[in-house]
Design a protein around this ligand. Structure first.
Ligand code: SF4
Ligand code: MSK
Length: 659
């Protein structure tokens, strides 16, 4: 067994109940401590966050520095080059947006590359699965589809969508999906995105030493780059994944570590790109590999997802899910994982040591992500099963020679997930009249107060899942319909809030709508790249009418209460630039009381965009989001309608009581 990684006395031991509200993860943290294995929670407890970095008051963009300013006296000092706190913070923020946007857009471009190779018949293991989606995406950007073959439409769609990345001038294709008034605002401020490569390059250039030194101008390019992600790279990733692998529709799925099976060969896929997982599904259904697993003494092969990889196939194929980002090390402590295979994004380097401690092969598969100490088996779309069969063989071998004691927390929640924006329309309007009109009508009549997107990561600096779950409970209790993606969705799935029965936790108006339609009050839309589905849903709400002319008019708000990644910052910025009030928790990489802070938190809204918000704690965040939703209702003249509905409900309850 493992070398002792926790040295006991020198390291802080914080009660496990302070780390997480996930029972399975808590059990595994306790076990890890007994086994002498260190996890992200212990590392966070023993790594004080750098206060200067947390305030974004430092710059290392050139060798005259690094320069440190004082956040307590932000205008008391400048960098060696004369850079002010606003320049330094906005450049740091810009580089987070650029890195986060690059991650999503590179993922999207990879999906588009695969699409091209499939159309040309060069990759034969994948095919176009959803031709209805192919046609609807093509039509949405003005491609004529009548009388054309699937291949002809696909070829045209490919060449149009390639512009999402490479276009040097002009507007990207999905700008056609943006409500006209929102687009007008973007045009006025010259932030309609060109290709993502151009925008990211521009942002990296202007955040170099001695280029853009006005925080307002830097913010403009942050918005343009982030929009190139949300309405570009990410949206292409989602739409092409749907075309290739199928558009999700609701399915009941098991979540939590109890999905591991002691008597099976357990294989976990963790990361983000669906192509690896799709091939892994093929491999675990290969009869020769199933026979090999049985010959090794297992009852079969058990494929399980984690993080956003898990969410990609969770919805499409009903593959069970073991947990979110902060559980990726903890799940290895069960001793039951016979292989963990990873591709890109949110793969902690700490996994290597933990996997080693429990003799689990940790297998990297992507050219962009090798990890020192992990095994690498290259994944190639030309022959994907060469990699995934190999992973299964390694897992069977580990099962046969298991030495680690197996201890699986017996927790499983069953929830309904897979609410693509298409399915929400169908669910509310029926197959012949699929529409967002019933949603808008219920917002207008006040049964639904508004819509919130609660998304994003978990972060060991916050008690895992706690803010996600408490925030969502508070929102639905106040009749706010919640849309979810990413690790947040997994937190709510574990907490049992993604079932239609969870409607009993909703306020009277939302409860009535959920019960009528048979839907949960919390709708899971997929991985973090699928936040683009929320943008499309919101645009549809504007198009249907009655809730204003631009995205900024809608009674909606967004939140990433336990975020950690640069991708989350980029997502936040594209929601803000699209017109959505977006609240982050944990920490915000900006010094308060500065001009840049005021710009992000107040002035952007005055220009017709959304704005940023920040609060720690579920109740405080909920208060901000609900107040914003009410402000938008009031501006739309809907405040009275809601008062009437709530009075009707109260009256009805009073009548029930009297009876
Ligand atoms: Fe310091 Fe300016 Fe160089 Fe940044 S760019 S390290 S503030 S001198
Ligand atoms: S995986 S970016 S921790 S949502 Fe998409 Fe989860 Fe955040 Fe990674």
């Amino acid at each position: 067994m493992a070398e002792k990684l926790i040295k006991g006395k020198e390291k802080k031991e914080i009660p496990v109940s302070d780390f997480t509200t996930c029972d399975s993860t808590a059990k595994m943290i306790t076990k890890a401590r007994l086994d002498g294995v260190e996890l992200q929670f212990d590392r966070a407890a023993n790594m004080k966050a750098c206060p200067i970095g947390a305030d974004s008051a430092c710059c290392k963009h050139c060798a005259m520095g690094p320069c440190r300013l004082n956040a307590k006296d932000p205008y008391g000092k400048v960098g060696v080059c004369g850079a002010t706190i606003d320049t330094i913070m906005s450049r740091n923020f810009a580089r987070m947006v650029a890195a986060g946007g690059a991650a999503h857009t590179d993922h999207g471009m990879n999906m588009l590359d695969l699409f091209r190779e499939v159309i040309h018949g060069k990759v034969k293991d994948y095919k176009i699965k959803d031709t209805v989606k192919l046609e609807s995406v093509a039509k949405s950007i003005g491609i004529e589809t009548d009388g054309k073959t699937v291949k002809e439409i696909a070829l045209e769609l490919y060449s149009e969508l390639e512009r999402t990345y490479t276009q040097v001038e002009g507007e990207i294709p999905f700008a056609k999906r943006v409500p006209e008034k929102t687009l007008e605002t973007w045009r006025k401020y010259d932030i309609v995105p060109r290709g993502a490569m151009r925008e990211i390059m521009d942002l990296m250039h202007r955040s170099h030493m001695g280029v853009d030194q006005h925080y307002e101008n830097i913010t403009k390019q942050c918005s343009r780059t982030a929009l190139a992600d949300g309405w570009g790279g990410s949206m292409v990733a989602t739409e092409i994944s749907d075309i290739l692998f199928g558009t999700p529709s609701p399915v009941a799925i098991e979540t939590d570590m109890g999905v591991l099976k002691e008597d099976h060969v357990n294989i976990i896929v963790h990361g983000h790109e669906p192509n690896l997982f799709e091939s892994m599904i093929e491999s675990v259904h290969e009869s020769t590999l199933i026979d090999a697993a049985k010959a090794a003494g297992a009852k079969g092969l058990n494929l399980v997802g984690m993080c956003c990889s898990g969410l990609e196939v969770f919805n499409r194929h009903g593959v069970p899910h073991a947990g979110n980002f902060s559980s990726t090390e903890a799940v290895l402590v069960t001793g039951a994982v016979d292989a963990m295979t990873v591709d890109v994004q949110c793969i902690q380097q700490g996994l290597v040591k933990v996997a080693d401690c429990y003799d689990t092969p940790l297998i990297t598969t992507n050219t962009r992500c090798h990890i020192e100490g992990a095994q690498h088996v290259q994944f190639d779309e030309q022959d994907p099963k060469d990699c995934t069969d190999n992973v299964v063989i390694k897992a069977i071998s580990r099962f046969k020679n298991r030495t680690a004691k197996v201890d699986i927390p017996q927790n499983i929640s069953i929830g309904v997930h897979g609410f693509s924006h298409e399915y929400i329309s169908y669910m509310l309007g029926g197959s012949f009249r699929g529409s967002y009109k019933p949603l808008n009508d219920n917002i207008i009549n006040g049964r639904i107060r508004g819509v919130a997107g609660v998304v994003g990561c978990t972060n060991p600096r916050v008690k895992q899942d706690s803010v996600h779950v408490e925030l969502v409970k508070e929102l639905i209790k106040n009749d706010v319909l919640v849309l979810q993606t990413g690790c947040s969705q997994v937190a709510l799935a574990k907490a049992g809030l993604t079932t239609p029965e969870a409607a009993h936790l909703a306020g009277p108006g939302l409860k009535e709508v959920c019960e009528t339609v048979g839907m949960p009050p919390v709708l899971g839309l997929g991985a973090c790249v699928d936040n683009s589905r929320i943008l499309v849903a919101a645009s549809e709400m504007v198009r249907v009418g009655g809730l204003g002319d631009s995205l900024a008019d809608l009674p909606v708000a967004g939140c990433a209460p336990e975020y950690m990644s640069e991708k989350a910052i980029c997502i936040g910025q594209y929601f803000v630039a699209s017109g959505v009030y977006t609240v982050f928790g944990v920490t915000f990489p900006i010094t308060e009381g500065t001009k840049f802070h005021k710009h992000l938190f107040e002035e952007l809204e005055e220009q017709g965009f959304g704005k940023w918000g920040f609060a720690v704690g579920a109740q405080e965040i909920a208060k901000l989001m609900i107040a914003h939703i009410d402000k938008k209702r009031q501006a739309l003249g809907l405040d009275k309608a809601r008062e009437r509905v709530l009075m009707d409900m109260a009256d009805r309850r009073a009548m029930d009581d009297a009876a």
